[in-house]
Design a binder for this molecule. Structure first.
Ligand SMILES: N[C@@H](CCSC[C@H]1O[C@@H](n2cnc3c(=O)[nH]cnc32)[C@H](O)[C@@H]1O)C(=O)O
Ligand SMILES: [Zn+2]
Length: 429
């Protein structure tokens, strides 16, 4: 058994209170939270004085390898951005590109305190390889576009990928099915996806109601909103994670509630692509599970969940002219507990005995952490991603005193610069 001890830190405990306690970790699991005595013979002790210890952040929606396209096409509308810049560049992608792009994303996520991410992309075995090697936790879905020539192939690939990788790497990887969106996957195609989901026992990760244009087009074509259409098609019957849900009506919210759909809210991407403001306070009030996500690095443009937490806490305040909307503790809950629920994972999202040890340690010895009236408020409104000092996933240290333990950063930077440039060299701007 490998024993690890986080000594004397200020821990956000499962009841939402912060206490100065020790956290003992045995292999992949939290073994004690409290005063751990000297009979606990830890192989490694991390001194956590002046450190804030939280459950690791959960990024519920991203396209990790899109780091390759970061800063390549900004300040554009979603459909123009996708059709004229992103999809042509993605046509050039190789499996190796996706591996390196994903690894850079993972490095960035670990360094900013994320311990689990949900990805929708392609060349997924390469993504799984990066997850496997880096030690992070992930919920992976092969993105499927029903109107593309790859439509049938991506169904087969999804099934193979599920069979090979679901529950792999000591349970660090789980697999969902990823029909891209209603506007790229017509109902007949979605029905094939749904029957595959039912057969495999897999859940679904999809983009829904991201822009006003998408909703208007759906109503024109099918006489109902994307959410109502998805219910009718049966997409919500086997467990669904829906990214965005920006343009939704009170009736749509009732459907999400009734069908237990979990939502990935991406405030940074929604603001940058000017998609709109999701009715998050209404969804939370309706007891819908809302996690937070960054979306891809080409529409954010970073993968720092602390920034997403702050945006979630701020966006709804200014939008509703209500400083009580999405308080700090709620934003943190969305990034941890609700994020885990959104991904349907078990024994994660809290620092509690018997839970998996996915933990982020913030260094509070910095000017913006003083004075310490309220630590959660400091975290949400004043902290920075690079305050992250240590990150543990499944009991293993992936970031040690701000240094990545599993990833060679210099190599990553060289690969990404060369591969990123090559990817777009034949595209007319
Ligand atoms: N085109 C792929 C599968 C799509 S993967 C998921 C897709 O979602 C795209 N994407 C990224 N961000 C967004 C967004 O905000 N809305 C809609 N699509 C997005 C991303 O560029 C990627 O093409 C194939 O070969 O079959
Ligand atoms: Zn997306």
């Amino acid at each position: 058994m490998t024993k690890l001890l986080l000594k004397g830190g200020e821990v956000l405990c499962a009841d939402g209170q912060i206490r100065t306690v020790d956290v003992a970790i045995a292999d992949s699991v939290v073994a004690q939270v409290g005063n751990v005595d000297s009979t606990w013979m830890a192989e490694q002790i991390i001194d956590c004085k002046d450190k804030l210890i939280l459950p690791g952040f959960v990024n519920t929606h991203t396209h990790a390898a899109m780091t390759l396209l970061r800063s390549y096409a900004d300040d554009m509308k979603l459909m123009d951005w996708l059709e004229n810049r992103i999809w042509p560049a993605e046509d050039n992608l190789t499996g190796e590109d996706v591996y390196w792009g994903t690894m850079l994303a993972i490095a960035e996520m670990i360094k900013t305190g994320t311990t689990t991410f949900a990805d929708m992309y392609f060349f997924m075995p390469e993504v799984a390889k990066a997850v496997s090697e880096s030690g992070i936790r992930a919920v992976l879905a092969r993105g499927m576009v029903g109107v593309a020539p790859t439509a049938d192939k991506s169904l087969t690939e999804s099934e193979e990928f599920y069979n090979e990788w679901n529950n792999a790497c000591d349970g660090r990887i789980t697999v969902m099915l990823g029909p891209h969106a209603p506007y790229t996957c017509p109902p007949e195609y979605l029905k094939k996806v749904i029957s595959l989901a039912e057969r495999l026992g897999a859940e679904i990760h999809i983009h829904l109601a991201e822009t006003a244009g998408e909703v208007a087009e759906c109503i024109k074509q099918y006489g109902m909103s994307p959410i109502a259409l998805m219910k009718k098609v049966g997409l919500f019957d086997f467990g669904t994670l829906a990214a965005h849900c920006v343009h939704i009506s009170p009736e749509d919210i009732s459907i999400l509630r009734e069908k237990g759909v979990r939502v990935a809210h991406n405030p940074g991407s929604n603001m940058k692509l000017a998609s709109g403001v999701a009715p998050v306070p209404d969804m939370l009030e309706a007891k819908i599970c809302v996690g937070l996500g960054t979306d891809g690095a080409a529409s954010n443009n970073n993968l720092d969940m602390l920034e997403e937490i702050r945006l979630a806490a701020m966006l709804h305040k200014v939008h509703r002219l209500d400083p009580l909307a999405v308080p700090a503790a709620t934003a943190i809950d969305m990034a941890t507990v609700q994020g885990i629920q959104a991904l349907n994972l078990d024994k994660l999202g809290k620092i509690e005995v018997g839970y998996k040890a996915d933990i982020t340690v913030f260094d509070m010895q910095n000017p913006h952490w003083y004075p310490r009236h309220d630590r959660l408020s400091l975290l949400v409104y004043a902290a920075q991603g690079n305050d992250v000092h240590t990150v543990i996933v499944n009991g293993k240290i992936l970031l040690n005193n701000r240094q990545l333990t599993m990833i060679d950063e210099e190599r990553l930077f060289r690969e990404l610069q060369i591969r990123g440039m090559k990817l777009v060299s034949n595209i007319n701007k």
